[in-house]
Design a protein around this ligand. Structure first.
Ligand code: NI
Length: 169
């Protein structure tokens, strides 16, 4: 296992619509292990493959941050098939350090995904976990949480993003 470097805004890989995973091989298992280790080390509650520079539809979520093995979810080619409710709460992203803003998300979702061996399964998630899963699935489509902001929150976020661009250059 290895801790991978996390790509930071404005890295263009964060804006890619990622490809479906088609090979459920050792490389995929290795990538998932590395992403879990990277997420826990950060520490964070979720990580998507493009955040480590891989343009594939794989995300890991663990709202327990390593404390509860059963909380660890590995999602390959995930799709939200049902969603309901709406809540606005704070969200951040390992690829946008220093910024948290309140983002609207559904409070209850059903996701269909594959596991690392290609078997299809359903995941039902609520509240904070639903928020984390939605955030990670957004990453697979090149969408960042700041894209959901409006008004003052959007203006604040824009300033922080500008700072990240300057820090990089
Ligand atoms: Ni993120």
């Amino acid at each position: 296992m290895a801790i991978l470097p996390i790509r930071v805004y404005p890295d263009p890989v964060l804006r890619v619509r990622c490809e479906e995973v088609e090979s459920f091989d050792d490389l995929l298992h290795e990538l998932a292990s590395d992403m879990i280790e990277t997420m826990h080390a950060a520490p964070g509650v979720g990580l998507a493959a493009p955040q480590v520079g891989v343009e594939e539809r794989l995300a890991v979520v663990d709202v327990s941050v390593g404390k509860d093995r059963s909380a660890l979810k590995m999602l390959v080619n995930p799709e939200i098939v049902e969603q309901s409710g709406r809540d606005v709460d704070s969200e951040g992203c390992l690829s946008i350090p220093g910024l948290t803003e309140k983002v609207p998300r559904p409070t209850s979702i059903k996701v269909v995904a594959r596991d690392l061996d290609g078997a299809s399964f359903e995941l039902e998630a609520e509240d904070f976990e639903a928020r984390a899963v939605c955030h990670e699935i957004d990453h697979l489509n090149g969408v960042l949480f700041v894209d959901h902001l409006r008004g003052l929150r959007k203006d604040r976020a824009r300033r922080q993003l500008k700072k990240l661009v300057q820090d990089r250059g």
